[in-house]
Write a protein that binds this ligand. Structure first.
Ligand SMILES: NC(=O)c1ccc[n+]([C@@H]2O[C@H](COP(=O)([O-])OP(=O)(O)OC[C@H]3O[C@@H](n4cnc5c(N)ncnc54)[C@H](O)[C@@H]3O)[C@@H](O)[C@H]2O)c1
Ligand SMILES: Cc1cc2c(cc1C)N(C[C@H](O)[C@H](O)[C@H](O)COP(=O)(O)O)c1[nH]c(=O)[nH]c(=O)c1N2
Length: 176
């Protein structure tokens, strides 16, 4: 194996720091979601922007959940969840579910129903995806939850909520 020379090491780019990475990621706009679960380990929910579509056959999305989050044990116990994508008029929910708030207080601020898994579906959400967690992997500080979508519910016309530059922005909706 060729030993790296000092010149080679010196020429390597400095690794991206956590703060530089976060500054960079603040430039990536994202949808804002309340991810919920319910079952024997109780009802839980958190705000998530690290959510995206994976495949349409079978319908699958992914959610990245920080293992240090208070809700992490509940989601891993249930292996099911619902991704509720917020509309512009639901900004306050994002902060409420964004941590440090009692779970009962979080859920008291909105109306909920259920579909297949029993995970709470948010009334008035732009769209809700009721899912079974099919498998997960751990990368760095987060678990990546791969979720098979078992049911969907969508609201026809709604203004979208976007998170960009560490702030919320409304996006005028069209009939979807
Ligand atoms: N993926 C995540 O876990 C994630 C995403 C967004 C916000 N947050 C939380 O919300 C707080 C406020 O975020 P902000 O956007 O106002 O400012 P920030 O500077 O803390 O984060 C800027 C961007 O960096 C990314 N990021 C932040 N923390 C992360 C983490 N632990 N793992 C992976 N990516 C991360 C997100 O894209 C975020 O929008 C953050 O400190 C974090 O606790 C977490
Ligand atoms: C706009 C926005 C976006 C996200 C978050 C927060 C906010 C405000 N949080 C953090 C998460 O909601 C919550 O703050 C942490 O889980 C800590 O919550 P507890 O205090 O442990 O309940 C978050 N956490 C996570 O694990 N994955 C994610 O994608 C996101 N995205």
């Amino acid at each position: 194996m060729q030993l790296a020379t000092l010149e080679m090491i010196r020429d390597l780019p400095a690794p991206v720091s956590r703060l530089d990475y976060r500054d960079a990621m603040a430039h990536m706009a994202a949808a804002v979601n309340i991810v919920t679960t319910d079952g024997p380990a109780g009802r839980a929910g958190f705000t998530a922007t690290a959510v995206c579509s994976v495949s349409d056959e079978p319908p699958t999305l992914l959610v990245c959940l920080n293992r240090s989050a208070s809700v992490h044990p509940v989601f891993t116990a249930h292996q099911s969840l619902c991704v509720n994508t917020l509309c512009d008029d639901q900004r306050a929910l994002s902060n409420l579910f964004g941590g440090k708030t009692e779970m009962a207080e979080r859920f008291a601020a909105a109306n909920w129903t259920t579909a297949v898994t029993g995970a709470p579906l948010l009334e008035g959400a732009a769209v809700s995806f009721d899912c079974r967690i099919s498998h997960s992997t751990s990368v760095g500080t987060h678990d990546i939850l791969y979720c098979e979508v078992l049911a969907v519910r969508q609201r026809d016309a709604a203004d979208a909520l976007v998170y960009f530059g560490r702030n919320y922005h409304g996006l005028p909706g069209a009939a979807c």
